[in-house]
Ligand binder design. Structure first.
Ligand code: NAD
Length: 370
């Protein structure tokens, strides 16, 4: 009990549920953090090294992300203990068992995250319809295919560039993690004339100060190859990516990649957090002191969940993309203004913005989190 109650603060979590079904091998934790704005949305993460603590942190991040984006949803998360590359038949059984275990937990809408995908959501849908991130054939919006999060990230960068007098045409950028988020953000920036001078994936990193061609690299990735197979660039050590001089640096892979040990190497004006928690708190403070605009994850990578919430209401791709554009531009302006007026870090401005909204809505409820 003491172990779990230590997470409790003024916002939540409302529920922590241990789900164990020995016959199927399902072993999971659900954290419903805060439901003042509506049923929680947050993806199902499958990995061997997940924990209750990670689940809570991710659920809290979803609470802040959803309330900032103006969605009628709270934040929640599920972690499943297991190898996401397990045999497909076994994975299907686990997904179906999870759907049945959570059938009566109406405060949580199931969704995909690392280690789960559209097919998993289709299996879940077959057991329990309260799920988003489904295949298009079931009314889902393919958010990674259309680049929902990259689209939002692009608009956050565009607004920040205007704010600090940076012309996107000719601006240089670096992407760490050329996956669904990184690739689409790069494409939208390139359409505005920005030039990608460094990029990495889990296989390695490359640089070319004259520019890396997005189309050619896209074709390499579509063949299932890594960035190292792109021929017109120099291969570098992944850590060197951080030190490339550029205008915009986009972490779109793993947590804590910008940290106390390496943040001083950065030579950029804007860090746009496509990944969740890619920057430690100390590193963010350092960047703020250096005058770098470090755009907080839960504000600027909200495109994916806006898309999921749009799907939940039965609307389509066009509505989702329009809403992402509007929300990301408006929220980025809001935190830039708060940060400028009181010389506070963008993270502090974003936290303040999200908490104000959440506490206001909690005050209108008989019980805030029930
Ligand atoms: P993805 O799996 O499509 O892409 C991740 C990319 O990162 C891959 O190219 C992979 O090779 C690369 N990568 C992995 N480890 C790396 C490392 N150590 N160094 C460099 N590259 C590495 O995942 P995604 O959907 O693009 O998500 C990326 C990040 O963005 C994750 O942190 C995710 O939680 C976050 N995020 C995603 C969405 C979304 O809509 N997909 C929304 C919000 C946040």
């Amino acid at each position: 009990m003491d172990e779990l109650i230590r997470f409790a603060d003024e916002l939540g979590p409302a529920k922590i549920l241990h789900v164990y079904e020995p016959k199927s091998g399902l072993k999971a934790i659900l954290v419903v953090d805060n439901v003042a704005a509506g049923p929680s949305i947050g993806g199902i993460r499958m990995a061997e090294d997940v924990s209750v603590e990670e689940c809570f942190r991710l659920a809290r991040a979803m609470t802040l992300k959803n309330i900032s984006a103006g969605l009628p949803h709270g934040g929640g998360k599920v972690v499943i203990y297991g190898d996401p590359k397990m045999d497909k038949t076994k994975k299907e059984v686990i997904m179906r068992a999870l759907a049945n275990s959570l059938r009566d937990i109406k405060e949580y809408v199931l969704a995909p995250d690392m280690g789960t995908n559209e097919e998993c959501m289709a299996w879940i849908h077959d057991e329990e319809p309260r799920v988003v991130g489904k295949p298009a054939e079931l009314g889902g919006i393919p958010l990674d295919q259309i680049g929902a999060t990259g689209w939002g990230l692009f608009h956050a960068i565009d607004v920040t560039a205007e704010h600090c007098g940076l012309e996107l045409d000719g601006a240089t950028f670096v992407v760490q993690g050329y996956g669904a988020v990184g690739r689409h953000a790069a494409q939208f920036l390139a359409e505005k004339g920005a030039v990608m001078v460094g990029v990495s994936d889990s296989g390695g990193a490359i640089t070319n100060p004259k520019g890396i061609d997005i189309k050619t690299l896209g074709a390499v990735k579509d063949r299932g190859k890594g960035v190292l197979q792109y021929s017109q660039a120099e291969s570098i050590h992944p850590e060197e990516l951080l030190a490339i001089t550029c205008d915009i640096w986009i972490p779109a892979a793993r947590p804590d990649v910008i940290n106390d040990n390496n943040v001083s190497l950065m030579q950029t004006r804007i860090v746009a957090q496509g990944a969740n928690i890619p920057c430690t708190e100390k590193a963010e403070r350092y960047l703020h002191q250096k005058g770098v605009y470090c755009l907080p994850d839960f504000i600027v990578n909200a495109g994916g969940v806006i898309c999921a919430a749009t799907e939940y209401r039965g609307a389509g791709e066009l509505q989702a993309m329009e809403r992402i554009k509007h929300t990301l531009r408006s929220n980025t302006r809001e935190i830039l203004m708060r940060s400028k007026e009181r010389s506070i870090p963008l993270r502090m401005a974003a936290d303040e913005f999200a908490r104000e909204r959440l506490l206001k809505i909690m005050a209108t409820r008989r019980w805030s989190i029930i």
